[in-house]
Design a protein. Structure first.
Length: 473
């Protein structure tokens, strides 16, 4: 049964088209896997077993009738519970939205259904998505399938745990400061943070407006890059509900064009140290891409530290101002994690019109600075985070004799939310404890296809995806 649920989404769809695999059998296997593991992982907040079985029967009938099938026909997937899926919980991990059930599908969910995907359920998040770990007062803590004493990350931690454990073939997360890439890195899967607007964030909560629209995106998560590519193709395209949307056609690079790319890599940012194994994973990825025929050179863009500071001015300070009215006077219903985040925000002055304008201008200045450097290196290779998956509740770590604080450990992803770059996380290495370590492949805005093409080359050199070693008794 687990072997069936660990097939790639592409393989599942292909075998269904060839009538070698039944959608009903596939959904049955996934529901059995969820029943076995979710009590230990707590990845799903809602499983629509009967709805999934009904969708599977409909999918099987379409195969028998010889209908034209979509690229994800019969493939069971999951959706982060901050994204609307009709009839399913969309509470974003907060008691302030307890019991909220979506009355319609977000556009990306509609597109997934039209491609034939079967929605199994929705997955857990930290409260209002404001953490790099997944825990809340509604559903509790989500555990990492590689080590139950550790977090699968956040805020798309439930999604990452479900996919890594074979409970879901793939799905959708969201990312305003690493919330797709960090969980992918912690859980040993792949994830893509697209350019804002490339995949519509319509139907996401919190709503993608103002500073959130500059930083926050929705994107695919899966076990293989090929699955990311299919999910991306299905979900991408403009929607009026996303203020960052633009009509950008899908343009996959030819092999000759791809191999002419110069790739710049760096193992750390000179400010926040990374573990030895993280450094080794970046070096391994750089050498693998050289072996694949790319020109790969050491290079670290200037302006990253400034990008980190400006990111916090939007995500932390402006984000706190946007969420403040929602949580004011309701502190008794808030999780400790959200209270801690709010305390960090409260330590700094709120924006005035002038400081917000200055921050916006500084964002544009640093973007121009970094993008001009990326003309020489259109693809960057770097860590996803300073550390692999951490134990529940940890807030600081020591690396090379230096203390690394909670917010600083994820600066490697935060830059690219501020800058708007597409970036993919791909598993490459292992820590001394056997935990997965991913690397980050970053491109220029609207060039997701280049990012995914390079990620596929790296994956091809790395070898087959590896399932978690954890034994579930």
């Amino acid at each position: 049964m687990p072997d069936l649920t660990f097939l790639s989404a592409v393989s599942m769809a292909e075998q269904i088209r060839q009538k070698k695999l039944s959608p009903v059998e596939l959904v049955k296997a996934h529901l059995a896997r969820i029943e076995e593991l979710n009590p230990k992982l707590n990845a799903f907040v809602q499983v629509d077993a009967e709805g999934a079985r009904r969708q599977a029967r409909t999918a099987e009938e379409a195969v028998v009738r010889g209908e034209e099938l979509g690229p994800l026909h019969g493939v069971p997937i999951s959706i982060k519970s901050s994204i609307e899926a009709n009839g399913m919980r969309c509470e974003a991990g907060t008691k302030l939205r307890a019991g909220f059930v979506a009355a319609q599908d977000a556009p990306l969910v509609s597109r997934l259904r039209q491609a034939g995907a079967i929605i199994l359920g929705t997955t857990n998040t930290p409260e209002l998505l404001m953490a790099w770990e997944t825990d809340n007062l509604l559903y509790g803590r989500t555990n990492n399938p590689w080590d139950l004493s550790r977090t699968p990350g956040g805020s798309s931690g439930g999604e990452a745990a479900a996919i890594a454990s074979g409970c879901s073939a793939g799905g959708v997360g969201s990312d305003g400061g690493g919330s797709i890439r960090v969980p992918a890195h912690f859980s040993g899967i792949c994830g893509l943070k697209p350019t804002p607007g490339r995949i519509p964030a319509t139907g996401h909560f919190p709503t993608s407006v103002g500073p959130f629209a500059l930083l926050g995106v929705v994107g695919p998560m899966a076990r293989t890059v090929a699955d990311l590519k299919v999910l991306f193709e299905v979900m991408q395209g403009p929607d009026d509900g996303d203020p960052s949307a633009a009509p950008v056609p899908v343009r996959w690079p030819g092999r000759d064009d791809l191999k002419r790319l110069r790739i710049g890599y760096f193992e750390d940012d000179g400010r926040t140290p990374v573990t030895t194994e993280t450094r080794a994973a970046v070096q391994t990825a750089a050498e693998a891409l050289r072996c694949a025929g790319f020109e790969v050179e050491p290079f670290r863009p200037e302006g990253l530290e400034q990008a980190r500071q400006v990111w916090w001015q939007f995500f932390g300070i402006a984000g706190g101002m946007l969420l403040g009215p929602m949580i004011k006077g309701k502190e008794a219903d808030l999780s400790q994690i959200l209270k801690q985040f709010s305390s960090w925000v409260a330590d700094e002055p709120s924006h005035t019109a002038q400081t917000l304008l200055d921050t916006w201008i500084m964002r544009d200045v640093v973007r121009m600075q970094v993008f001009s450097q990326m003309r020489e290196y259109p693809i960057l290779l770097c860590p996803v985070a300073s550390i692999p998956a951490f134990h529940h509740g940890e807030r600081s770590w020591e690396i090379d004799g230096k203390a690394v604080q909670y917010l600083d450990a994820w600066s490697y992803t935060e830059w690219f939310n501020l800058l708007g770059n597409p970036a993919a996380a791909v598993p490459v290495g292992r820590s001394n404890e056997g935990l997965p370590i991913g690397v980050q492949i970053v491109g220029r805005p609207w060039e997701e296809e280049l990012v995914l093409a390079v990620a596929a080359e790296l994956e091809g050199q790395r070898g087959a995806w590896r399932a978690p070693d954890i034994k579930f008794a």
